[in-house]
Write a protein that binds this ligand. Structure first.
Ligand code: FAD
Length: 304
């Protein structure tokens, strides 16, 4: 299968080139829905972010391949049917290297040249695939061997939960960058200092790979409490209390989450963050409210 010509000409380093040219990279994350109603909601959200001309939108991947076809199909459709640049997430766990090569090849066939390379979260106790990869750095190397791709990786403002200490965490992150990552996107976090400290640590390690902070709009108490637990992100007490108090008042809850995220995002931009990556959960209204509430730094020139 050959991809349409306009999809295969994209050989830039995507957000990394944008950032290198002095622009900020604003992007939105979606997941591939399982139902027809989920598709309708997703496409409505995509069409609402399209006029903003974001740097890209990304599509998550179910670890172990649970959303393999849906991720590929959705990413391909976004690239073909919208003006958006589409980044496909890919996780290594549960796949052999041969399977991963096959998936990367199918991404390329579908015209997808932007991949977020992740290890994925293994089920405990973890038995690595006997013919697979152990860490994201190896996936970055594999993707580089497979052709010309723009490659992103994950960064952790509060350290990866399985890293024994900060030095180890930073060393392994730098290894992913040296393996060929062009940029990174962070795990969700709610305190600007966590991002700023990570940036200082990376600078001290001589790593200048741009790290784009992820913004999760905390608009629903129970959902954020669960996600924070899963991702090891600190859910600040004052934010948790305000959201919990407003949990039966969706309008108020939305406002609290949007206000908190807008303040966080503005501080990050003011501190020089190279962009923002909004986690939408396929509902773009909170992300759009946040983005519209920001005083965006003026770009040096139009980026497209
Ligand atoms: P790695 O970089 O491999 O790191 C994982 C751990 O291994 C770290 O503790 C690291 O220090 C350690 N490590 C790395 N290299 C070595 C080494 N050589 N020796 C010893 N230890 C090492 N998950 C999904 O399933 N689907 C998604 O779509 C998805 N999207 C995500 C998007 C973003 C922006 C982020 C931040 C996370 C996403 N995740 C997703 C979750 C991610 O898969 C998990 O957080 C996973 O636990 C870590 O992935 P990684 O790519 O950072 O792994």
């Amino acid at each position: 299968m050959t991809a349409p010509a306009h999809l295969t000409t994209e050989t830039s380093r995507g957000p990394a080139d944008l950032i290198a040219a002095g622009h900020r990279s604003y992007s939105f994350e979606f997941f591939p829905p399982k139902t027809g109603e989920g598709q309708r909601v997703l496409w409505s959200a995509l069409r609402r972010v399209e006029p903003l001309d974001p740097a890209f939108v990304s599509v998550t991947y179910g670890a172990g391949g649970t959303s393999r076809e849906r991720t590929t199909e959705l990413t391909r459709r976004i690239a073909e049917d919208t003006t958006l640049r589409a980044v496909a997430h890919l996780t290594a766990v549960g796949h052999s290297t041969a399977e991963l090569r096959g998936i990367i090849g199918r991404y390329a066939d579908a015209g997808i040249r932007d991949v977020l390379a992740l290890r994925g979260d293994p089920q405990a106790p973890w038995r690595p695939h006997p013919y697979g990869l152990r860490h994201a750095a190896e996936l970055v190397e594999l993707i580089r061997q497979c052709g010309t791709f723009s490659i992103g990786v994950a960064a952790f403002p509060e350290r990866h939960p399985r890293s024994p200490d900060w030095d180890t965490d930073i060393r392994h992150f730098v290894a992913k960058c040296r393996a060929g990552a062009d940029y990174a996107i962070t795990q969700m976090f709610f305190r600007a200092e966590d991002y700023l400290r990570l940036r200082d640590r990376l600078a001290a390690a001589g790593c200048d790979t741009p790290v784009v902070p992820a913004i999760m709009p905390a608009t629903r108490y129970a959902q954020i409490a669960r996600f924070a637990l899963l991702s090891n992100a600190t859910f600040p007490d004052d934010l948790a209390l305000r959201l919990r108090t407003a949990r039966y008042h969706p309008g108020e809850s939305h406002r609290i989450g949007v206000d908190h995220a807008t303040e966080l995002a503005q501080r990050l931009l003011d501190e020089g963050a190279p962009g923002l990556h909004y986690i939408t959960l396929n509902q773009s209204s909170a992300a759009l409210d946040i983005h519209r509430g920001l005083r965006l730094p003026t770009p040096p020139e139009v980026h497209r």
